[in-house]
Design a protein around this ligand. Structure first.
Ligand SMILES: O=c1[nH]c(=O)c2nc[nH]c2[nH]1
Length: 454
């Protein structure tokens, strides 16, 4: 007698490699009490009929209806939770002005816990409804409100990795929104790390504290150094922005006479569990340093269209062995959906390959070899995100967490354009990646628990 806490029978899609999709037609997924996938059983295996015989008709046996499919839950590798309150506005300014005119004033309001609760509750619910089961969040400089975000993730069942933002440099941050000084920032960061680690003990899917220098321009040397030490001492994840725009990349070069990657490395901030957002201006030596240290890139294609002043050569960086995942970068990217960002990642890569200035001859217009496919974008949103965080999520395989979204291609209100019962499953997959909306996402599961249904 097998003893699984749940068994799902359905057709699923998962990454086989960075560029290939594995189609698991009518497979059984056997989940244990810790919410981990214990077994993945193909119809041709002997065990298949035994398991169906044992579990069919029981409450813990789930057979997907016709037209529904299982995808891994998405991993949002870069998102500013407080900025949900301004999502869709103010995208007409360059980064520096956007931060000072709109973003810092908004984030400063998160000392108000009632406001923070309202925004964070709504955001976490919205992300789950969009199929995002894991998120790597920037909160604000406020320790209590940042902890509240971790608590809301814990309550709602999302795997949240949360950073109390550090921004202490009085030259670069307004008086109304910054840490008092480096020492206070470090003390509060350490308290935050310990509080979230304690919360994690009672949270099935896990919540994680993240050391979060906003970006080099926001932080003093003392804060950057201390944060590197805290990350090592408590073995935490680290996140920041890196080589993000002409202005930011230039600022770091002027201050340290080197690129962001090497400056961050000097402060101990490039680690196996580090994720750096954007990274559009990495040179080959920076990419090699990322690969050596295990640092990952959080690719945010929609945000990049507004603030990066260029398209990141994601295909080249991927081929150099760096882990890469996908981020919404709310609110510089104005959508909570990683489906939208996956599509944009493909589109941006195509524009980089072909070029955009039609006054140039075709052979001079673009950067050859830059395109990625929707398979690769799916990989970034799922397995790539899991690898970037060193967590067993983003794949439908034994010993991975049961973090999934169940997608209904026939949902009323957004029926996908599938007109042939015998449509190739790979075509169904592509149509899902291009057409799914929250209305299609029937259920979301994290660590073996249902956290959203529609
Ligand atoms: O897209 C961005 N959003 C931010 O909030 C931010 N802060 C520094 N650099 C940033 N980039």
């Amino acid at each position: 007698m097998n003893d699984y806490s749940r068994i799902f029978l359905g057709t699923a899609f998962t990454s086989q490699s960075k560029t290939e999709i594995q189609i698991l037609k009518d497979y059984l997924f056997c989940i244990d009490e810790n919410g981990m996938i214990q077994n993945v059983v193909a119809p041709e295996e002997k065990l298949y009929t035994t398991l169906i015989y044992e579990y069919k008709g029981k409450d813990n046996f789930y057979r997907l209806p016709e037209g529904q499919y299982i995808l891994p839950g998405f991993v949002d590798l870069h998102i500013h939770a407080p900025q949900w309150a301004q999502s869709g506005t103010a995208l007409d300014l360059p980064l520096y002005e956007w931060l000072h005119t709109y973003t810092f004033p908004l984030e400063s309001k998160f000392h108000d816990l009632a406001f923070a609760r309202e925004v964070y509750n709504d955001l976490v619910t919205t992300l789950l409804a969009n199929g995002t089961t894991t998120a790597l969040y920037f909160a604000t400089v406020h320790k209590e409100a940042s902890f509240l975000l971790a608590e809301i993730c814990a309550q709602k069942g999302q795997r949240g990795l949360v950073g109390k933002v550090v921004a202490d440099d009085p030259e670069q941050n307004p008086d109304y929104y910054r840490d008092l000084d480096a020492k206070t920032a470090l003390v509060e960061t350490e308290e935050f790390i310990l509080d979230v680690k304690k919360l994690a003990k009672s949270t099935k899917q896990g919540v994680y504290p993240v050391v979060t220098p906003r970006f080099i321009p926001s932080c003093s040397d003392e804060a950057l150094q201390g944060l590197g030490e805290l990350a090592a001492k408590h073995n935490t994840h680290v996140q920041s922005h890196c080589s993000e725009s002409d202005w930011e990349h230039g600022y770091v070069k002027e201050r340290f006479h080197k690129n962001d990657a090497f400056a961050l490395q000097d402060f101990g901030l490039l680690r196996e569990k580090s994720v750096m957002a954007h990274c559009n201006y990495l040179e080959d030596k920076d990419v090699d340093l990322f690969a050596q240290t295990g640092t990952a890139i959080g690719h945010c294609p929609l945000s990049n269209a507004y603030f990066a002043n260029g398209v990141i050569p994601i295909s080249r960086f991927h081929s150099k062995g760096v882990d890469i995942g996908l981020g919404t970068d709310i609110s510089a990217g104005a959508t909570p959906s990683l489906y939208d960002n996956a599509k944009q990642a493909v589109v941006s890569s195509r524009m980089l390959e072909d070029g955009v200035d039609t006054s140039l001859p075709p052979e001079k217009r673009g950067v050859a070899g830059s395109r990625i496919t929707i398979n690769e974008a799916f990989y970034l949103a799922t397995a790539g995100g899991g690898e970037s965080l060193s967590l067993p999520v983003g794949r439908l395989e034994k010993n991975y967490a049961w973090d999934v979204q169940i997608v209904d291609t026939q949902a009323k209100g957004n029926r996908l354009p599938i007109f042939d019962e015998k449509e190739e499953l790979y075509d169904v997959f592509q149509k899902m990646m291009y057409h799914v909306k929250p209305v299609n996402i029937r259920e979301v599961w994290v660590q073996g628990e249902k956290v959203h249904s529609n």
